[in-house]
Write a protein that binds this ligand. Structure first.
Ligand SMILES: Cc1cc2nc3c(=O)[nH]c(=O)nc-3n(C[C@H](O)[C@H](O)[C@H](O)COP(=O)(O)OP(=O)(O)OC[C@H]3O[C@@H](n4cnc5c(N)ncnc54)[C@H](O)[C@@H]3O)c2cc1C
Length: 395
């Protein structure tokens, strides 16, 4: 029987990076991916600059589709203003190539990669797990579950998964050269969606990624929102390369488990995405680093991994949620005031840019803005208001 120190399930940014880190640390590592690689993943492909530090300054330029340093804000497609960061804000990638690149790095570090191999079940055995695949049972001392927002591993391991979700829908279009020029180094953020959410345009080398993220209750209308958005952008007739919807899951508290015994949940499988921007790639990579460190240091890593996620990632997700709720509350109640404030208060943009570039965090910015005591209280109050809102609007 195949036997490994660690079996990693899912070759997205979380799984591929975890496999690389584990193999680099000397663990015999098998990475299993259900799809044939390279595979498409519904995603804007915006990789915040801070992700590069988390990847150990891996050179991703071979799979870069360009950079963004400017945010163009519109409301229902009507241009409002632009803000520019004085340094690179985000890399733009196509997820099939980016994830394949990370998987190749894992293989180069010594991990064995098997694509087109779906895990079919997992059963705990004595001091290990037995993992069923179409080609037989694989045995692993540790399971590193990076199977995304809809993956089955958490359920098989009876780890209750993060419940809060949003719906996101993405269309990749081969845009005419004029549109590609217009959005060069610039991402559009389209606001005004109710009860919350936004539309985006992310520029790639020969295409644009366009999409909408909103509450799951409004998931059914998300296609219509996206079609209208495409029309307002003048791209209704552009040829569509890919189109897909997918949920994003959010862990809201340290009460939501991310591990059990020798099995760890990473990235979207653990709900590690932020509720302000809905981005999850940086958190996927970060949690992979923590999981690999925990497995390499500890035979029963559930406790140490959970402590690291709770200490390093969860405070940031909580702060992002506070920012998100404040923002959507203002935008819903006083849209014009919110728009004027965001247009004229450059401090807010500088803070956001610092967070994206990894020079600061949401928590540090909130604390700097209103002080540590008030930041905590604000978080709790906003959470209460937000939970009430969620009951009415979202879940
Ligand atoms: C429309 C949309 C746009 C987004 N845009 C952005 C963005 O611009 N920037 C950003 O940072 N984040 C964005 N996100 C979030 C981001 O895509 C995720 O946070 C990120 O992909 C999480 O990575 P992951 O490795 O945890 O999971 P995934 O990338 O989902 O990878 C999980 C992998 O597990 C595999 N798998 C599942 N089940 C099994 C099984 N049984 N056996 C084997 N393999 C299995 C899947 O095939 C998949 O390849 C977006 C999300 C959506 C839905």
């Amino acid at each position: 029987m195949d036997a490994w120190d660690a079996v990693v399930i899912g070759a997205g940014p979380a799984g591929a990076n975890a496999a690389r880190r584990l193999a680099d640390g000397g663990a015999s590592t098998l990475l299993l991916e259900q799809q044939r690689l390279p595979r498409y993943k519904a995603c804007g492909g915006g990789v915040p600059a801070r992700t590069l530090q988390l990847l150990g300054d891996l050179d991703i330029s071979a799979v870069s589709e360009g950079h963004v340093d400017t945010i163009d804000v519109s409301r229902f497609g009507q241009h409002q203003f632009r803000k520019t960061s004085d340094r690179l804000l985000a890399w733009m990638v196509m997820r099939d190539r980016f994830d394949q690149f990370l998987t190749e790095r894992a293989a180069a570090s010594g991990a064995q990669v098997r694509d087109a191999t779906a895990v079919q079940s997992i059963a705990p055995a004595e001091s290990c797990y037995e993992i069923e695949t179409p080609t037989g049972i694989v045995r692993a001392r540790h399971v590193v579950a990076a199977d995304g927002a809809t993956g089955p591993t958490a359920r098989w391991l009876q780890i209750p998964s993060a419940k809060t979700r949003s719906a996101a829908y993405e269309v990749e279009v081969a845009a005419p050269p004029r549109a590609l020029d217009h959005w060069r180094r610039t991402a559009n953020v389209d606001i005004g969606y109710r009860p919350w959410g936004y539309g985006w345009v992310f520029p790639k080398a020969g295409a644009l990624s366009i999409g909408v993220v909103t509450s799951p209750r409004h998931g059914r209308g998300i296609r219509k929102h996206t079609d209208r958005y495409l029309s307002r952008l003048g791209l209704a007739e552009a040829s569509v390369l890919n189109v897909r919807g997918h949920p994003i899951r959010y862990r809201r508290s340290t009460n939501e488990p991310v591990a059990a015994e020798r099995a760890l949940l990473l990235g979207d499988a653990a709900g590690l995405a932020d509720e302000f921007t809905a981005e999850g790639i940086a958190y996927a990579v970060h949690s992979a680093n923590l999981a690999a460190a925990a497995v390499l240091a500890d035979d029963r890593p559930a406790e140490s991994y959970t402590a690291m996620v709770d200490g390093e990632i969860q405070p940031e997700l909580n702060a992002a949620r506070t920012v998100s709720r404040l923002y959507y509350w203002c935008v819903t109640k006083w849209p014009w005031l919110a728009l004027r404030t965001s247009k004229h208060v450059n401090y807010l943009w500088r803070a956001f840019f610092r967070v994206m570039r990894g020079e600061s965090t949401y928590l540090a910015e909130l604390t700097r803005w209103i002080g540590p005591r008030f930041a905590g209280r604000l978080g709790a109050t906003v959470d209460e208001l937000g939970n009430e809102r969620d009951r009415r609007w979202t879940f």
